[in-house]
Design a protein. Structure first.
Lengths: 156, 156
DNA sequence: CTTGATGCAAAGGATTTGCACAAAT
DNA sequence: ATTTGTGCAAATCCTTTGCATCAAG
């Protein structure tokens, strides 16, 4: 499974003088198997252990940074933690994350038609402030439809 | 200076059973004196020391969380750090932060006319996903006009 | 074989916490 | 007087790093 994707990633690494090790394969597989999900380094470790394999946590830390630096995964900040998600093969340009403050789920909306709207807005900001924008993250916090249905007050 | 604001904050605290201590006043003053600025706990400590006063770093950590919880200041994430800024008296609903990845300045745009645009977009998202949105943070990273002028490649 | 990569354990840095004491109401 | 708040130092948590060894190319 995912041998095609791994082979492609191997080529990227090799072209830059890096190696695709056993451990890196295990880490990348976690992302390939869950292309929409976010993982902390510890989450990744747990996923690997769940399969009966092992990669030291230090190696995982080293590799999430490494994979981020070469644009294979992306780092997002959620509250206290840094989470990582697949970037390559995802071809998205703008990030929209919607967090539910009640159930703590993260809804990760990719390039929907909806983003079109947002692109215009970003262009507008670029002009207004003479800023060359490389990355746009839109983070919304609120209560998801699921938790609204369940009812109950959140704010005192 | 700021006795009016501090008195108002005292009332809020007291109504909730808390006290406005000497240390809390010093901390709040840092924010009142710099309503547009962002501070880390260490920054706050430095500001206080600069005035020849002292508050222990543990107390500052305790109080930024405390002041955040009662909505007097707001926590924003910038890279690795948590920064805090005045929220009360600022009456803004939507946050737009633009970061320059070259000079590391944070441009903090408040409720400009520009936000109008954004409010429509947020309403749109609320409808599309049946989400009750409480907070919207828009984070843009790029290169500010100042650094563009200076020239030089940023990306290899 | 050569160089990059890993695992371990120790170090590091930021944040939190237990406890005795201080001070705000 | 009470009870919250503070300072200190120790503890904790997350992340990084030095070093000897391993393995990918």
């Amino acid at each position: 499974m995912f041998s095609k994707e791994l082979e492609y990633i191997r080529e990227i690494l090799i072209s830059k003088g890096y190696k695709l090790t056993y451990q890196r394969k295990l880490i990348v597989r976690v992302f390939l198997e869950n292309p929409q999900m976010h993982f902390s380094p510890l989450d990744i470790s747990n996923q690997i252990v769940k399969k009966g394999k092992f990669v030291s946590i230090a190696t995982i830390y080293r590799n999430v940074k490494f994979l981020r630096d070469i644009d294979i995964i992306e780092e997002i900040i959620y509250g206290d933690e840094k989470l990582y998600e697949l970037k390559i093969f995802a071809q998205k340009s703008i990030h929209i994350h919607i967090y539910c403050i009640k159930c703590n789920k993260i809804y990760n909306y990719l390039n929907l038609k909806v983003s079109h709207n947002l692109i215009n807005y970003i262009n507008h900001l670029e002009n207004q402030f003479s800023f060359d924008i490389k990355k746009a993250d839109f983070s919304l916090k609120g209560i998801c439809s699921n938790c609204i249905v369940k009812g109950g007050d959140f704010y005192s």
